[in-house]
Design a protein around this ligand. Structure first.
Ligand SMILES: [Zn+2]
Length: 127
């Protein structure tokens, strides 16, 4: 895991921490992959369930995969919290996120970018 100092922390309108972006961690991993220091199998290792979720409900990011340069990157969101299943709950869209906010007071949402083509996956942000 990357130390917090390498992670960009975005503040909300009231100055509180609104989320953590993992851009620097992604750039560092891509740099090491392109330098041959990390194998493709180690960066394109998405779990089959994550690939299924990406194909079924992934939100288009408008980005092309930097690994295979073919696949369209999609974002898949999971929520974890005390009143949610231990393996988390997959969030299908902003409507479902709003409903979750109304019913569950405490949860953390993780957004993962996934390439359904080559199975690249990386944590984008948490909030
Ligand atoms: Zn790809």
């Amino acid at each position: 895991m990357y130390p917090v100092s390498e992670v960009f922390q975005r503040s909300g309108p009231n100055g509180r921490l609104a989320g953590i972006e993992y851009l620097l961690a992604k750039k560092d991993l891509l740099r090491r992959y392109k330098a041959g220091q990390v194998a493709k199998n180690d960066v394109c290792d998405a779990h089959p369930d994550l690939i299924r979720a990406a194909k079924a409900i992934g939100a288009p990011s408008g980005q092309v995969c930097e690994i295979c340069e073919i696949g369209d990157i999609v974002h898949v969101s999971y929520a974890f919290g005390p009143k949610l299943p231990p393996h988390g709950r997959c969030i299908a869209g902003s409507d479902e996120l709003d409903r979750l906010r109304e019913t569950v007071t405490e949860f953390t949402c993780y957004v993962v970018e996934v390439c359904p083509q080559c199975h690249w996956n990386h944590l984008v942000r948490q909030f």
